[in-house]
Design a protein around this ligand. Structure first.
Ligand SMILES: Nc1ncnc2c1ncn2[C@@H]1O[C@H](COP(=O)(O)OP(=O)(O)O)[C@@H](O)[C@H]1O
Ligand SMILES: [Mg+2]
Length: 307
């Protein structure tokens, strides 16, 4: 039986505890990233943990890093618990904390922009378009409906805020900070990754409406894909057979949680900041079910009990 984990505590140097993951140093050149079962929405971390979420994120990312390796190198080394314990024997007594949810990766210098690719008009992009007719500051054709398909997909970077809410920025801003060669490389790789992912997902009945990639600079000075890839935390997954522009779509991610929180907010019971309201059990369970279903649909098997 797997157990729910809100925060891991491993005998390795802890470098960072993010919204979802603990990041531990493994020597100079590697990291062990442990995806907890924490869930955040609107950039606020909930008090409850969602069963199977961390394992789902780690194993789905591992699956994608394998497939996307033909497009770009990534930080991925292993998400296999046995292999990780063999490489790090000091973790042998801590298997319950890492089983299925830990990933051994190459350590990089993260690029401080999130590389967002949008194939459909949703979320903050729909919000911007509705307000100003633009996306990432660039004008879009008039009259697009909510959830409309964007062809070709649009690269819309965001800053990686240390705390608080990420901010959508123009490509020019990213270019000014990173330099044109790196910015252009990250844009074209992100679009190519999205294209590969969306073609595969479409065969399995899912639309990847949008997604966020992160990159880091390796010891050779070259960018590689880091963090997680094409998971329900970093993407919007919509069932193709229920797609209908002109409204928001049902999705295999934390939508049940977002919907519940949004309702609490409009009822004046939550102001949008931490601490969030306590979640009903049904919202936690329904959110966990969406993560498991996303894994099953994309990978084609149930989430394994231990990887
Ligand atoms: N290979 C890597 N090298 C350096 N940093 C990484 C690597 N992979 C992921 N990270 C960083 O580890 C953190 C993962 O924790 P997470 O909970 O996702 O944080 P966040 O709250 O920033 O989303 C992120 O800050 C991410 O940029
Ligand atoms: Mg993250």
């Amino acid at each position: 039986m797997s157990s729910t984990l809100r925060t891991s505590t491993l005998p390795l140097p802890l470098l960072r505890s993010g919204k979802v993951r603990e990041v531990y140093a493994v020597g100079e050149s590697q990291l062990l990233i442990v995806a907890s079962d924490r869930v955040s929405a609107f950039d606020v971390v909930m008090a409850e943990a969602v069963p199977d979420k961390g394992r789902g994120l780690t194993q789905l990312s591992a699956f994608w890093f394998g497939m996307l390796g033909s497009v770009t190198p990534s930080h991925f080394l292993s998400a296999n618990t046995g292999e990780i314990v063999r490489a790090l024997p000091q973790l042998a007594g801590h298997r319950a904390q890492i089983a299925g949810r830990a990933m051994l990766v190459r350590r990089t210098e993260p690029v401080l922009f999130e590389c967002v690719v949008r194939g459909y008009l949703a979320g903050s992009a729909w919000g911007e378009y509705r307000r100003s007719g633009t996306l990432a500051g660039e004008p879009l054709p008039a009259g697009l409906a909510e959830s409309a398909r964007l062809d070709p997909p649009i690269f819309s970077p965001a800053t990686k805020a240390e705390s608080g809410h990420d901010e959508n920025v123009t490509y020019e801003r990213m270019e000014a900070e990173l330099g044109a060669p790196l910015a252009e490389r990250l844009r074209s790789v992100s679009l190519a990754l999205y294209e590969t992912g969306r073609r595969y997902a479409a065969e399995r009945g899912l639309i990847i409406a949008d997604t966020k990639f992160e990159f880091g600079i390796g010891p050779d000075g070259q960018p590689m894909l880091i963090d997680e890839a094409l998971t329900p935390d970093s993407s919007r997954f919509w069932p193709i057979d229920r797609y209908q522009p002109g409204r928001s779509q049902p999705s295999f991610d934390k939508q049940p949680l977002r919907d519940w929180l949004a309702a609490e907010r409009s009822a004046g019971r939550w102001n949008g900041d931490a601490p969030p309201p306590p979640l009903p059990d049904a919202v936690v369970a329904e959110t966990g079910a969406r993560y498991r279903e996303a894994f099953r649909l994309l990978v084609g098997t149930d989430l394994p009990e231990e990887a």
